[in-house]
Design a protein around this ligand. Sequence first.
Ligand code: ADP
Ligand code: MG
Length: 612
Amino acid sequence: MITSPRTHMLAALSAIIAGAVGTAVIASFLGPAAERIVTVFLISLIGVVGIGIYSGNSGILSFGHVAFMAIGAYVSALLTLPTQLKIATLPHLPEWLATTEMGLLPATVIAMAVTGLVALLVGAAIGRLEGSAATISTLGLLIIVHGVIIGWRDVTRGAQSFFGVPRETGIWTAVAGVIVALVLARLYRDSISGLRLRAGRENAIAASAVGINIPRERLISFVLAGMTMALAGALLAHFLGAFSPKKFYFNDTFLLLAMLIVGGMSTITGAVTGAVIITLVTEVLRRLESGLSIGGIELPAVFGTTQIGIGLIILLAMFRKPEGLAGLKEWEERLFPPAAAGNAAPAMPKAHASTPLVAKGMTMRFGGLVAVSNVSLALQPGEILGLIGPNGSGKTTLLNMLSGVLQPSEGTVTQGSVDLTGIPSHKVADHGIARTFQNIRLFPDLTVHQNVLVAALSTRGGAEAEERAQAALAELGVAALAGENAGNLSYGDQRRVEIARALACQPTLLFLDEPAAGMNREETDALMETLRGLTRNLGIGILMVDHDLALINQLCDRLAVLNEGKLIAQGTPAEVRQDPAVIEAYLGPGKLSSKKNTKPQGQPGRKPELAG
Ligand code: ADP
Ligand code: MG
């Protein structure tokens, strides 16, 4: 399924084809030298786009994908190399390989498949690593593959040149390859997997909480990227005719990454922009490198001009536009912004009748600190349970354990006969439990619509995702903001979008961690009405942490009070207010009455703290 509007896809695809064909036509008019430069450019473009499929969507810079280019090159070359030559130069090849001689197309397809398999194995391991560990492991991949190629002399001729490969890649072959790569990358970017992966890139914890299995999505893009690199490698091998392992090492990695970073990782537009700029600059600087005369003044030849020039461009781009020259949106997404949903939104479906969530003996230890100690509570469908307590009393930690963000040190969480204890966050969402976060965790560079849609797509089998997304946006009154980037909204709007995103998972239980923080009185009152509606009309059970006592007292059916990690009281707001333990914990009687906490209307900022 494709997640972007059809006009966008049509515009993008026709531009890809027109651009690639146009470039080739112009180049073939300019003669063989230009044709060679353009062919190399087109092959590099496939490489940049390939790395971009993984790095752009996952946010993990990969130094390793040129290794897949190498695999693609060697595998395809072994398949197309004339039998005579194989017998002469690679006498130890296995019989079946020595007698195989096929055309470029089947060889490329096989090379892509073989590379895809290798990428599958490598990616399964690398996909579990985070941040710089992931990047560094890709560097390891590059070095290992290089080592294997050099060591496996019987098949690769080791460090020596692998020659005699039929030169079958002409400019039109390269054009065809570019079209395949660009279309593949674009389809992936707009696929559900692509959207999920970008959500994971923006905020991994929140992505898991809406049902996204990040390692799986990373693996898909890793393999797809590897196969695209193999395509580039196969075409390059059959363009050069002879190559050595050096061709697929740091130099090309640096060049391709420079293109990707300068242009912008997260879009196809960026990959193309970067490839064009770096290719033009290298061509100009390469001429400078051998000396130049301008108006009779002889400039001396400076060795290394090209590398220095590329380095400077990267620096310049990072200082001026850290997200790359093309930014975060595809060109057609800027030109034709998607219209905000105008038609009446469908109603939220009712929550499935559900059994209560029962937590028993929940304990969480961080080193020596017991953040939550032996807490048991139950949440009924359709009720609002307020969880209150001073700062640091363990409220967030308890929510984190209940939603799978943290593995409890002790305790069990069950829902009827289903044991939810310690299951991964992305599976909790599928059991009908959705949440928001104390420190807002949206996907800031995705639109409001995408934030909510990706949640709907990743829970309950993704059924009727668009309807669910629209209904959730309407329920929280943020439908008009659908086209905005979530990161650009006010805090109040961000909190509402976060609730809408949770709602799009079609939960039976909703955990809200300080949903009214940063909202003014008016916004808080509106939120209260919305939350009431969710329980009354949809039967959703809500577990809510907040410091706003007016909100808590008016909204909650029951309260649970934490102090220093222990549950010190539970009951209706009136009961809890009179509980001696609570009164003692909160510095004397009267503190829990909402009347004492009234403050000027409409004043934004923090609510009064329970603990004064
Ligand atoms: P609350 O939400 O009630 O303000 P928290 O659950 O955030 O409280 O924190 C409870 C205690 O656990 C605090 O002392 C906090 O410093 C500690 N804590 C919370 N999360 C972690 C963590 N990931 N690692 C170590 N300590 C933590
Ligand atoms: Mg907290």
